[in-house]
Design a protein around this ligand. Structure first.
Ligand code: LUZ
Ligand code: MOS
Length: 772
């Protein structure tokens, strides 16, 4: 694998060497992590008398629970307790927006793998043995498994939601071409390295502490308090780091945390709950499968006039985040294109699957896949090349998006044009190779991405930071951001170092803890570094203001411009003899507060749910990926030759981290559209890593070339950087269309469904047909 990118010059705080510490110790945490010494939940020392929890789960997708008999299970040696819904001291409910998810069902099981009881035992083995011995008397009921099943019986989570702009009906009659079709996209398993897990430590009196594997410590705190009948002040959640999450621990971790908390409450013991890979894959929700009916109207020049889509989403048994995900689908319905007349409708179906949930992109990938598929059909119908249709319709600065917000930059077009420049001749190269008559055929695609940054639920766009400067000059920063491998702690440390004008090795980013950062939003929506970084910047800025005020008096330099640069106080730009450490000491002795808590609320956003109009996003992240593939038309195998990405990262605070996010997102997206093809069979997940294939090192494109778009807009995230977590996922969609493009024209199917697996591709090259 080769990767290339233009890396901007070092930012100041990266090049400051701190006196008194090793010159390379920019971040001790990174060194520990890279050498395998960083700790995850189950690496913590085992508390005395700790017990293990094994859930008893429903083997039926839908069943009435007639009774639970735990007599035999209780006789297993080492068993401490067997718990059911009746043991819940508080409210038996973990639904947040819609209260439709019991912690343990009382009379009805709604998916295979739903916990109906819990065994607590002194050893893992005893817990497993006893769980198998719990007799639950089920009366199987008819399950609803697919979107088609749900539509037949009208099983919906909420009334359909809709975004409308312009006039689709009357414009449609003026359209030169109208295309219709149905597009299906699959579920996707998160495959975070670290499966769902939690440790619970009972405290004094009512206190309870959870070391939890969650992106949403405050939500876990809220729900544990609710189900145990406690108040939130009695419940602390601590998250040091997660071994990956990708949205799978945004809301889906709460169930396991609450079950373990219940076990601890009922037994008084420290508890560990840890799912095996097989359990995790079978029992937890995934990316929502969608089935979408679209209608695209174009004029004679190929300009898009109208776009109408009904998105049907398989939500699983509880609402979870389904409606928020659907809202993001609607906001991204037109992808990176301008369409004046839009009517898009979201229908969230309730089925008997585990509750499907957040996954990187949060509904936007599903929307963009439909748009890109429709463009391929439009190209066939009109004879206008795909890239010409795309280019003609790209969003421009000041275009109004269907939800009423203006697209305020020209980043979609700029990234497209630069990507064209970087890959010029791709079309010629492809047709030359394909003209040789070889069984190795080339294909390519352009995939423009435009993604809105902010939680669509406006109230979630807030964060806080608590900063302490210690008298030895070191700094502790606590925020609501959860480190899950995305590098948010490094970015926050960089922000603090920059705000203070000190070296990064002074900074420690603490665990995420509800006692230090309260009422936090999940680390999600790509916004963790933006919002928590900004809160950190504000808190550090306030302490620095106090320090400089003190320094002004101390140096008899009031009225002059004071700064801290490279750990030295400067007056009107000139260094003084006053260094950081001495400054801190003197300020402390003069009783200046060296701690600050700050709050950040994303400015300028608002949204009216009634009219579905407003400014839901702080800004958009855009970019374009050009993908080149080779397909072996004898064997149906393929290889991504190169992906060229031009990405709008703002003024990146850490280009290396951002590049890692772009590469990782791209690969995860490629996996979604080309290989991750294991669904449910009668509600039984056929998911185990033996058959569920995700991209590995051999699936990497031979070349990934990433170029950052020069930043023109200076008003985005923290220090003008931009969020990076989710947008690159959608670059991966390009691989699907590059593969289709590589097929001989007579074998190219009407795009109908993802993923395009090797088996399906083989079917196409051997027999022709549709990509189902
Ligand atoms: N979570 C959420 C998200 O609650 N709201 C969002 O808009 C969102 N977007 C992306 C990922 N997670
Ligand atoms: Mo998310 S899909 O947890 O940003």
């Amino acid at each position: 694998m080769r990767t290339m990118s233009r890396t901007p010059a070092k930012t100041p705080e990266q090049s400051i060497a701190v006196v008194g510490s090793s010159p390379t110790s920019s971040d001790e945490a990174i060194r520990l992590h890279a050498t395998g010494h960083s700790r995850f939940i189950c690496d913590e020392p085992t508390p005395d008398r700790m017990c293990y929890v094994e859930p008893v789960v429903s083997p039926h997708a839908h069943a009435r629970i007639r009774g639970i008999d735990a007599t035999e299970a209780r006789r297993v040696k080492g068993v401490v307790a067997v718990l059911t819904a009746h043991d819940i001291p508080g409210e038996n409910q973990i639904g947040v927006k819609i209260k439709d998810e019991p912690l343990l069902p009382e009379d009805e099981a709604c998916y295979i793998g739903q916990p109906t009881g819990l065994v607590v035992a002194a050893t893992r083995a005893a817990a497993k043995r006893a769980a198998a011995a719990v007799r639950v008397d089920y009366e199987p009921l008819e399950p609803i498994l697919t979107i088609a099943d749900a539509r037949r019986v009208d099983s919906l989570i909420t009334a359909p939601i809709q975004v409308v702009c312009g006039d689709v009906e009357s414009t449609l009659t003026r359209a030169r071409h109208v295309l219709e079709g149905e597009i299906v996209t699959p579920l996707q398993e998160h495959v975070y390295f670290e499966t769902q897990r939690v440790r619970v430590i009972p405290g004094e009196g009512r206190e309870i502490l959870l070391q939890a594997g969650t992106q949403s410590p405050s939500e876990v705190q809220q729900l544990v308090a609710r189900v145990l009948g406690l108040s939130r002040k009695d419940v602390s959640i601590d998250v040091r780091r997660l071994g990956g999450a990708f949205g799978g621990k945004e809301s889906a971790a709460s169930l396991w945390c609450c079950l373990a908390a219940l076990a601890s409450r009922c037994t008084g013991r420290p508890i560990e709950l840890c799912l095996s890979r097989e359990q995790d894959m079978a029992w937890t929700g995934k990316r929502h499968p969608y089935s979408s009916d679209f209608r695209l109207g174009l004029d004679e020049d190929g300009k898009f006039l109208t776009w109408e889509v009904e998105y049907y989403q398989n939500g699983g048994s509880a609402s979870d985040l389904s409606t928020a995900i659907m809202e993001r689908t609607l906001f991204h319905a037109t992808g990176s294109y301008f369409i004046p007349n839009v009517k898009v409708t979201g229908i969230c179906c309730r089925t008997n699957l585990p509750p499907n949930t957040a996954f990187r992109g949060f509904g936007a990938p599903q929307a963009m896949f439909v748009m890109e598929a429709a463009i391929r059909r439009a190209s066939r119908r009109t004879g206008i090349p795909v890239e010409e249709l795309q280019r003609k319709n790209l969003l421009k600065k000041d275009d109004i998006l269907p939800y009423g917000m203006a697209f305020s930059e020209n980043t979609v077009r700029r990234s497209w044009m630069r990507a064209e420049e970087l890959t010029s001749g791709i079309s010629l190269r492809t047709s030359c190779q394909n003209g040789t008559g070889s069984h190795l055929r080339k294909g390519f695609s352009f995939m423009p991405v435009c993604f809105g940054i902010s939680f669509t639920n406006t109230s979630l766009n807030q964060a806080s930071a608590l900063v302490h400067v210690y008298t030895d000059g070191s700094v502790g920063v606590s925020t609501g951001a959860v480190e899950m491998g995305q590098g948010v702690n490094t970015k926050i440390a960089q922000v603090a170092a920059r705000a203070f004008g000190v070296g990064i090795s002074r900074i420690k980013v603490e665990s995420t803890n509800t006692t230090r950062a309260a009422n936090t939003s999940p680390t999600a929506a790509s916004s963790g570094a933006d919002m928590n970084g900004n809160a950190t910047r504000i808190a550090c800025g306030e302490i620095k203001r106090r320090l400089l005020c003190f320094a002004g008096n101390h140096l008899r330099a009031t009225g002059k411009t004071l700064e801290i640069e490279a750990e030295t106080v400067t007056v009107n730009g000139k260094p003084t003899g006053l260094k950081w450490l001495e400054l801190i000491n003197l300020a402390y002795l003069s009783r200046v507060s060296l701690s600050c808590q700050a709050h950040y609320a994303t400015p300028g956003i608002h949204f009216d749910k009634e009219t579905e109009r407003g400014v839901p996003f702080a800004y958009h992240v855009a970019g374009t990926a050009v993908t080149e593939v080779t397909v072996d038309t004898l064997r149906g195998t393929w290889k991504v030759d190169s992906v060229t990405v031009v990405h709008d990262g703002g003024e990146s605070i850490n280009p290396l981290i951002d590049r890692g996010q772009i590469e990782g997102g791209l690969l995860q997206g490629i996996g979604w559209v080309t290989m991750e093809d294991v669904g449910y069979d009668q509600g039984v997940p056929r998911s185990s890593l033996a058959v569920y294939k995700i991209p590995d090192i051999h699936s990497m494109p031979s070349v990934i070339s990433i170029e950052f778009l020069p930043c023109l807009n200076s008003n985005a995230g923290v220090y003008n950087s931009k969020a990076v977590g989710e947008p690159p996922f959608m670059y991966g969609i390009g691989t699907y269309f590059a593969l289709i493009n590589a097929l001989p024209p007579e074998l190219r199917p009407e795009v109908h469904a993802a993923p395009l697996t090797c088996e399906r591709l083989f079917g196409l090259v051997r027999r022709g047909g549709t990509a189902e």
